[in-house]
Write a protein that binds this ligand. Structure first.
Ligand SMILES: [Fe+2]
Length: 461
């Protein structure tokens, strides 16, 4: 192509992008089948040794980051639920915490012994070593506690959603681990193992998933939100207790924020107040989740935690054809609150692709006024869809056209994101596709805090 015609084509491309406000990335990933890694894959290998702890994962264990829940599975016998731990500078003066274990059955599957133990009264911003498997096969891990809650405390979150256990899932996790921005905790927007895509919801795939992600979940807290693949509701198998495997395997500190169920809760980490919502639990008026959120938003103190972040599985703004408008009823219930309380960003998953919105709201609508449609709103959050972890169901590639004005960037690729809080006013956000090298940023934005620096931070102006 000659220089002139190339220039004209480039100009046309730019004009097209401007015309629709946002950008639909032309990036084409090479087509291949998305399938779960086979059971004999090395990432699923059980640790050696009698009754060795496996599927180790940690999450924040209180409301401010001074506690950590350590969870693991033993398979030969219950063993004990003890955790020995010590801080890096305590010359190995060891403390011991005692937890407990649970088991469950799902159709013809019997779980191992699932241990949960909360380490309390930890010091902020400190490296701790911990050991589990005491009396049989001891395994040692470590974690960093977050800094004390403070308005200018910097902190870096990783964002992963809809991960599953395919070869692509493994690439996503490897990219997150190698990202030079170095996430300190993961905000996970739901859909973990996709065990329910296997015959009889084969819960062995919950175990393999736990072993697969252990290389990260044992060392940094993952904040869990639940997706539809955690429901495991299967009356045809006689399994009618929703979330049964998830509830037994993944404990979260929901009581610390006054919640009554582990599906909606909040934690404060550094300068961020993180609210986890449940797309698959009742949220209509008078329900426990509704009442909890109404009270919770009033408690958020932006002078202490300037950044208000929400995690929810089913997106409210999504311009792909998949799961289109599934999040609409929750949006109608809660969006006016998000604008009133100036939520900075909402991370969702469910749609297996990437999308970032403008700051928009659609809260004028009611049954009689006829006003309906997203409008630019500087008090509204940015909506990020990060359901691109790489699970067995494959990529969502079909988008609605033309790209709606509210969609700032969208691309059908697998990847992860990083939300890097610098201080009370600025956070750098970046999205990283799996097809690129580790340090490459495919989409990015400087977030300006909605309370302390509420100016326009759109990337398309
Ligand atoms: Fe989902």
């Amino acid at each position: 192509m000659g220089g002139k015609s190339f220039g004209a084509a480039a100009l046309l491309l730019i004009l097209l992008n401007v015309a629709h406000g946002g950008k639909t990335s032309p990036f084409m990933r090479k087509v291949r089948r998305t399938e779960d890694m086979p059971l004999h894959s090395d990432v699923f290998a059980a640790p050696s040794g009698y009754n060795a702890p496996q599927q180790v994962h940690i999450t924040i264990g209180d409301h401010v980051g001074r506690a950590m829940i350590v969870s693991w599975v033993t398979v030969d016998e219950p063993g004990n639920s003890l955790v020995q731990y010590w801080s890096e500078d305590s010359s190995q003066k060891r403390e011991v915490a005692k937890g407990n274990h649970v088991t469950y059955r799902f159709f013809n599957y019997s779980s191992g012994f699932i241990h949960h133990c909360t380490l309390r009264d930890l010091e902020f911003n400190k490296k701790y070593y911990y050991e589990i498997g005491i009396g049989h096969t001891i395994r040692q891990f470590w974690f960093m506690t977050p800094p004390e809650v403070h308005p200018d405390a910097p902190y870096t979150f990783g964002l992963i959603g809809d991960l599953g256990q395919t070869f692509d899932s493994n690439t996503t996790l490897a990219h997150y681990e190698s990202n030079p921005h170095k996430g300190q905790a993961v905000l996970f927007v739901g859909d973990l193992s996709y065990a329910d895509n296997h015959p009889n919801h084969d819960n062995v795939r919950w175990d393999t998933w736990g072993r697969f992600v252990e290389r990260n979940t044992a060392y940094q807290p993952w904040i869990w939100a639940t997706g539809n693949h955690e429901l495991d509701y299967a009356p045809e198998l006689g399994e009618t207790e929703p979330f049964k495997p998830f509830k037994h395997r993944y404990h979260v500190p929901y009581k610390a924020s006054g919640s009554t169920e582990p599906f909606w809760y909040s934690v404060k980490i550094a300068s961020a107040h993180i609210i986890v919502l449940a797309s698959y639990s009742a949220y209509g008026k008078y329900t426990p989740q509704y009442e909890w959120l109404e009270a919770e938003l009033k408690k958020v103190d932006r002078s202490k935690t300037p950044w208000l972040i929400v995690l929810v599985h089913s997106p409210w703004y999504n311009s792909y054809t998949y799961h289109y408008m599934e999040g609409e009823s929750m949006r109608v219930m809660f969006e006016p609150w998000f604008v009133k309380y100036k939520v900075d960003v909402v991370f969702a998953g469910h749609v297996h692709a990437y999308e970032r919105s403008e700051r928009i709201s659609n809260i004028e609508y009611n049954l009689v006024n006829g006003r309906c449609g997203p409008v630019k709103d500087l008090s509204a959050p940015v909506y990020v869809n990060i359901g691109d972890g790489g699970n067995i169901e494959g990529l969502a590639t079909n988008m609605t056209n033309p790209q709606p004005e509210y969609s700032a960037y969208r691309e059908a690729s697998f990847g992860h994101a990083i939300f890097e809080i610098k201080n009370k006013t600025h956070a750098h956000y970046s999205w990283h596709r799996n097809e690129d090298d580790f340090a490459v940023t495919a989409d990015s934005m400087w977030f300006f805090n909605r309370v302390w620096h509420p100016v326009d931070d759109s990337t398309t102006n």
